[in-house]
Every structure is written in structure tokens, then in C-alpha cells.
Design a protein around this ligand. Structure first.
Ligand SMILES: [Zn+2]
Ligand SMILES: [Zn+2]
Length: 395
């Protein structure tokens, strides 16, 4: 019989509190004594209940994750975590707060920490091909002096005298209908059922301290502006040694000198002399991969065989404003595949002609019958946006 509470409940090690609760409810419904009283099933029900007791309590779960014995101690202790309410929830549904809208008994000092968000500036090539970066992160970490317990060395929390460890006190109000008795969280211990008489000096009893550390983060190929990379359990540690939240690294891509990105396509513009556009030529175009050779901390995309240039054939008679699509030389997609590289051509008309050049051009114009051209009159060139607008307006 396994002693691993994750295995007993059939959940993964990074299962959320909600997933654990759902798994427990499902098993409790099958194994509960009222449903299935045979002894073997009852042994399983006990195991499932114990497993849930450990995994539903952040402090116990973290203790187990750190290599502690899940069931060796604490079971049946202060009556924390596992409660009648959870059994009722398993059968009758109900929210996380339980049937009465309130948990019974003292609450745990350990709570899950908050998620943290940091921004990371990367180059376009790093976003496209992935990069491994060292990040300085400021978050709350478990206090080493007290191991998250919040107590000074050699001391421990004592039972609250006001509520006798219950974490809540009965408030009685008299009304013409008689006495109304309600339970409120105990103010003396803030509902914990115990007080820390001698708080740890390092963390003032919070169980955690702020600290700066360096994390190595692998950014996958294909991220874009605003993509958030999740690092599970690297956020803020919770109070009372509670489990840490997650850290999100939000990608910010720096603009590139020659490429702009549209989805997974890259766009660039090449400027050609008028003669080359007319006669045709071959160009060596630097690809985005060329940036990887320059950066020292480049990601996985780089190896000795990486192609960094593309030989572009410019056909004779290429028009200014025309585009050539080079398939598969855009940005790799997070889901696999790669976008295209779109090269726009701009034809450069010469501005200063010496007498010999002017003579040659005039001669060419004469041969082509272009000495007094009419110029072709036509409707203004419509952009994609203009065509869409016309489509919507029925124009
Ligand atoms: Zn401490
Ligand atoms: Zn109290």
C-alpha cells in the first residue's frame, strides 16, 4: 500500500487545492461507510481521508513535499484542515467555505503566497529563438531562522486562552425572539487558536522574509510581446511557511532595427537602385538568425549549422512596393511551425545625375518613347484598410 498522499488521491504533485478537493470528493463518495461498509473499502477510505488531510493543509502539504512523513505526525492533532464540513461537501456540494459559509475550528497560520510578476526585456531574436536568462527576483522566502513557524528558537505557539484553541468565540445576543448564538473568529488570536508569545526576530512572526535571489529562466522560442512565462512555486512564499505562489515573467520585446513582427511573420524592406530593379540582381539578405551570433547568451536555436543569410533573387522589372514572401523564415511558433519573411522592395530613383548619366537616361527615354510621357491616370492605390472600409460601406 502506497504511503504517498498524491498517489492515494490520484492527483499530480502540482495539483491545485481545487483539484485535490475534487479528487477527494469523488473518492469519498465511492468509499464512504454509508455507501460501502466492507472492511477493505473502509481501510481505503481512511487512507484517502488521511491523504486529504495532508494535502488540503498547505503547511502539512509543504512539509510532506520537503520530504517529511505524511502520516507520521500531526494526524488527528489539533483538528485542523480535515473537517466534518469536507465530508458534508463531498455529499452535498457547497463552496470552499463549507456548508455554514464558514470553516469550523481554528484556521491555519500557513497560507498560500501571492503570485509575482516581473517584466523581462528581450531582443526580437531572443523572443523568436528562445533564450536562457539570469533574473534577479525579489520575493518573500521562508524564514530560515524559524523555518516558517514564526516562533523564536526553542519556543512554540501556546493555546489561546480566550477561545481555548477553538479559533472562534460564541457571541450571544438577546432579542425578543430569545438568545441568538453566533460563532465569530477569535480576536485575541485572529482565529488561529494559538498565539505566538515570543515571535521570531528575523521575520517578526510572519514566517517569511523578503530576499533577493537569482533565478535561471528558460524563455521558449516563439514568445511575443506580453507573453507570460509561468514559473510554478517561484512567487511569494505564504505567511506561516505556506506554499509559494507562482512567478510570471512577462515578455517585453525590444524593437528591431530592420525587422518588424506581425504574428509569426517578419517584415523587412530592401532599397534597390532603379537600374538593379530594372535589370534584376541577387541580394544577400541577413536573417534574424544573424543576431544570435552576436549575442552571447543566445538560446537553443543557435548551432554551428544555423543559416544566417538568404540569397534573394530580384527578378528583372521588379516594381517599387512589390513584396516577396520567403516561406519559413519568420518567427517559430510556440505551437510548432514557422512564419514567413516578407521582403518589400523600394526602388531608389537617382537624385543627382552628372552630365554623362543624364545623357544616357535621355537616350534611353528616347529609345523607349518616353520623352513626353502622359502618366497613367487611375484611381488612387487602395490600402487593405481602404478596401475593407469600402466593403463594409458597400462602396
Ligand atoms: Zn522567522
Ligand atoms: Zn483565540
Amino acid at each position: 500500500m502506497t504511503q504517498d498522499p498524491y498517489e492515494i488521491l490520484g492527483v499530480s504533485r502540482d495539483a491545485s487545492a481545487d483539484e485535490i478537493k475534487k479528487a477527494y470528493r469523488r473518492l469519498a463518495r465511492q468509499l464512504h461507510p454509508d455507501v460501502n461498509p466492507d472492511p477493505e473499502t473502509q481501510d481505503r477510505f481512511k487512507d484517502v481521508s488521511r491523504a486529504y488531510e495532508v494535502l488540503s493543509d498547505p503547511a502539512k502539504r509543504q512539509a510532506y513535499d520537503r520530504g517529511g512523513d505524511a502520516f507520521g505526525q500531526g494526524f488527528g492533532g489539533a483538528g485542523q484542515g480535515f473537517s466534518f464540513t469536507d465530508i458534508m461537501d463531498a455529499f452535498f456540494g457547497g463552496g470552499a467555505a463549507g456548508a455554514g459559509g464558514q470553516n469550523r475550528g481554528p484556521r491555519s497560520r500557513a497560507r498560500r503566497g501571492q503570485d509575482a510578476l516581473i517584466r523581462l526585456d528581450v531582443s526580437l531574436a531572443e523572443a523568436a529563438f528562445g533564450v536562457t536568462r539570469e533574473l534577479k527576483v525579489d520575493t518573500a522566502l521562508t524564514c530560515e531562522a524559524c523555518e516558517g513557524k514564526g516562533t523564536a528558537p526553542g519556543t512554540s505557539p501556546v493555546t489561546c486562552e480566550t477561545c481555548h484553541g477553538q479559533g472562534e468565540v460564541a457571541v450571544v445576543q438577546r432579542s425578543f425572539l430569545g438568545e441568538i448564538r453566533t460563532l465569530r473568529p477569535c480576536a485575541a488570536c485572529r482565529g488561529y487558536g494559538s498565539v505566538i508569545p515570543d515571535p521570531c526576530r528575523e521575520c517578526s512572526g510572519d514566517g517569511r522574509v523578503r530576499s533577493r535571489r537569482t533565478l535561471t529562466v528558460k524563455i521558449p522560442a516563439g514568445v511575443d510581446m506580453g507573453t507570460r512565462v509561468q514559473l510554478t512555486g517561484q512567487g511569494e512564499v505564504g505567511p506561516g511557511g505556506g506554499p509559494a505562489g507562482d512567478l510570471y515573467v512577462e515578455i517585453h520585446v525590444e524593437p528591431h532595427a530592420t525587422f518588424t513582427r506581425h504574428g509569426n511573420d517578419l517584415h523587412t524592406t530592401v532599397t534597390l537602385p532603379m537600374t538593379a530593379a530594372a535589370l534584376g540582381t541577387q541580394l544577400t539578405l541577413p536573417l534574424l538568425e544573424a543576431d544570435l551570433e552576436r549575442s552571447e547568451d543566445a538560446g537553443d536555436g543557435e548551432d554551428a549549422g544555423t543559416v544566417t543569410t538568404f540569397d534573394l533573387d530580384v527578378r528583372p522589372g521588379t516594381q517599387s512596393g512589390s513584396e516577396q514572401v520567403i516561406k519559413g523564415f519568420g518567427v517559430p511558433s510556440l505551437r510548432g511551425g514557422r512564419g514567413d519573411l516578407v521582403v518589400s522592395v523600394r526602388v531608389d530613383t537617382p537624385t543627382r545625375l552628372d552630365p554623362r548619366q543624364e545623357e544616357l537616361l535621355r537616350e534611353l527615354a528616347a529609345i523607349r518613347g518616353e520623352e513626353t510621357p502622359d502618366g497613367r491616370v487611375q484611381a488612387p492605390h487602395k490600402s487593405m484598410f481602404g478596401r475593407l472600409r469600402d466593403a463594409f460601406q458597400g462602396g
